[in-house]
Every structure is written in C-alpha cells, then in structure tokens.
Ligand binder design. Structure first.
Ligand code: HMG
Ligand code: MG
Length: 286
C-alpha cells in the first residue's frame, strides 16, 4: 500500500502576505473556495498579526467570514500573541499556529522579541487553545539559515521544536524561511531534530529560492516526515526575510509525490486551476 503524504496549503497566508498591492478580500475568499475543492485537509487561510506589520492580511476576519467552509477541511490561521488568538477564535478558525524562530536575528525582525520571549508569548496562546479545544500548530523559522545571523545550529532548531511540542503543539513545521537550504544541510538538521521529536509530529516548510525544495522534501521523506507545506503557484515569502522567494509549488510537490508512489488525495486539474487563479489575483502571468 502506498504511503499517504499530506500537503498543507499555504497560498492564502504565506502566499499572499508579502504581496505589496492589497488584494481584495473577495479574491482571497474566491481563492480559498477554489482550494477547498482540491482535496486538502488543511488550508492556512490567513493570519491575525499586527496590521501594521502585515497590512495585506488585515482582513483575516472578513476572509474567514466569507469562505464556504467545506466539511472535512480545517481552516487555520497564524497568531503571534493573545490578541491574535482572540481574533482568530472569534473568526472561528479550526486550528491556530504559533510561530517562532531558531535564530535570534529573525525573531527580532519578525516578532520584535527574543526567542525566549516568543516562547513566553506563545505559552498563554497554547493554554487558551487547549482550554478551547482548538488544535495548535507550531512553526520554527530559519531551520538552516537566517537572513540576519547566517547558518543556524541544528541543536537550536531541536531546542525550540521540543519547546513547542512541550507547549502542546500537535505538530511543528520546520521552515527553510529563505529557501536556500541544501539537502545535506536539511539531513544534518533533521538527524538532530528527530532525536528529540518523532517525525510524525514534524512537517517540512520549504521556500524555494535556491530551487532545491523538492530535493529537501525527498530528504525529509527519508527521515520519516509525511506532512509538507506548499503553495499553489509557488506564491509566498515573508516580508521580514529579505530575498526569500515563494513556498515550494503545490503542484510540483504533488507531481513529485505521485511519481514516487505517494498518495496526496489532491485533484491535479483543480490544483492547476487554483494556481492560475492565484497567479491572476497577484498580478502574475497565469
Ligand atoms: P510590536 O510592535 O512589538 O507589538 O509587534 P505591540 O504589542 O507593541 O503592538 C503594535 C501594534 O499592533 C499595537 O497597535 C497592537 O495593538 C497591534 P497600536 O496600539 O500601535 O495601534 N497588535 C495587533 N493587532 C492585531 N492583531 C494582533 C496584534 N498584536 C499587536 N495580533 C507583533 C509584535 C508580534 C504584534 C508583530 O511583530 C507582528 O505582528 N509580527 C508578525 C509578523 C508576521 O506576520 N510575519 C509573517 C508570518 S511568519 C512567516 O511567514 C514564517 C513562516 O511562513 C515559516 C517560515 O517560512 O519560516 C510561518
Ligand atoms: Mg513561510
């Protein structure tokens, strides 16, 4: 029997957050509705962060209210603090995600605090999510390289991953934020991280600046990971990671996995059509 691999769709959040021109909420809703029809189990729909920091996603509540929720699909949002958590809960998200960095430089740039402070900010979010019965995901950024501090030690990634799991995250997504990781670096990082976290509790989140994201996913599969974040149209990027390109393209990941005998449950034609729509609303050639 072929092994099942889950792709978590990022286009509506990571894919759009770095777009300079504000995209109307109606277009974001139409994108998510198309994605809902593709066979994803989880779609990251938006974030509830400071609109001063990420103006593009200031309409998270409107987007969540406007989408046609498909039964069996979980709609998630990033939250950086309790204010974001409360807004996400009011908007009715199915899963919240806290995010922090393995490197101090990116933590300062993205969250305006140290790694230790970011853990303390995530703690009440984790407690509230547990009390409210809302599943909690965690992200670790800069798992190989940081745009400010350079190479990141695998032990630093393992430390924060463990802390996120101990806080109550059911899964931690490991982010190659600037998308320049090489497969041997990913292998070295995963060897250390999987010593403290079961691969079933980990996901891979590869940006694709260097064109090696698919190879990095293969390495992660070899280490037992079976959940990968990707974005239709290859959209994506963090405003606080200069030079970083998009997430790995969902269609490319789905094709690679299918060719290697894995099942994703995704509909290729619908994915291609959602990708064309995503490129259109972001002003890219379809
Ligand atoms: P700060 O300026 O230190 O915080 O930012 P603050 O508490 O002083 O708040 C500043 C203002 O924002 C205040 O408003 C707050 O009320 C408001 P004012 O009084 O000035 O009018 N505010 C909020 N408003 C709405 N929702 C909120 C919220 N929080 C504060 N939740 C803060 C600290 C964490 C808020 C800020 O740094 C922030 O929002 N950062 C988020 C940056 C971000 O979203 N980055 C992209 C996502 S991470 C990513 O892409 C990586 C990932 O894909 C994985 C990977 O690739 O590595 C996940
Ligand atoms: Mg990202």
């Amino acid at each position: 029997m072929s092994r099942r691999v889950e792709i978590v769709e990022m286009a509506a959040r990571d894919g759009l957050q770095n777009e300079k021109a504000i995209i109307p909420a109606a277009d974001k809703i139409a994108l998510i509705d198309r994605l809902s029809d593709c066979g994803f189990r989880r779609i990251e729909a938006t974030s509830f962060v400071s609109p001063k920091w990420v103006p593009q996603l200031a309409d998270g509540a409107e987007v969540m209210a406007g989408i046609a929720r498909r039964p069996g699909v979980s709609y998630a949002a990033l939250v950086p603090n309790m204010k974001g958590y409360e807004a996400a809960k009011t908007a009715g998200v199915d899963e919240v995600a806290v995010f922090l960095s393995a490197s101090e430089g990116f933590s300062r740039a993205n969250l305006n605090c140290s790694i230790a402070e970011s853990i303390e900010r995530a703690r009440p979010v984790a407690e509230a999510a547990k009390a409210d019965g809302i599943p909690l995901r965690g992200y670790v950024s800069c798992v190989v390289q940081c745009p400010y501090d350079g190479p990141v030690e695998p032990s630093a990634v393992a430390r924060v991953t463990r802390q996120l799991l101990d806080l109550g995250c059911h899964e931690v997504s490991l982010g190659d934020t600037i998308g320049r990781a090489r497969p041997e670096e990913v292998a070295a990082m995963l060897a250390v991280v999987t010593a403290v976290a079961a691969p079933q509790r980990l996901a891979g989140h590869f940006h694709d600046t260097g064109g090696m994201a698919l190879d990095n996913i293969r390495v992660a599969l070899d280490h037992g990971l079976a959940v990968f974040d990707a974005s239709v149209g290859g959209l994506g990027g963090c405003p606080y990671a200069p030079g970083a390109r998009g997430n790995v393209d969902t269609l490319a990941v789905a094709d690679m996995l299918a060719a290697e005998g894995f099942k994703t449950g995704l509909d290729r034609e619908k994915l291609a059509s959602a990708a064309a729509f995503a490129r259109r609303i972001t002003g890219k050639i379809a």
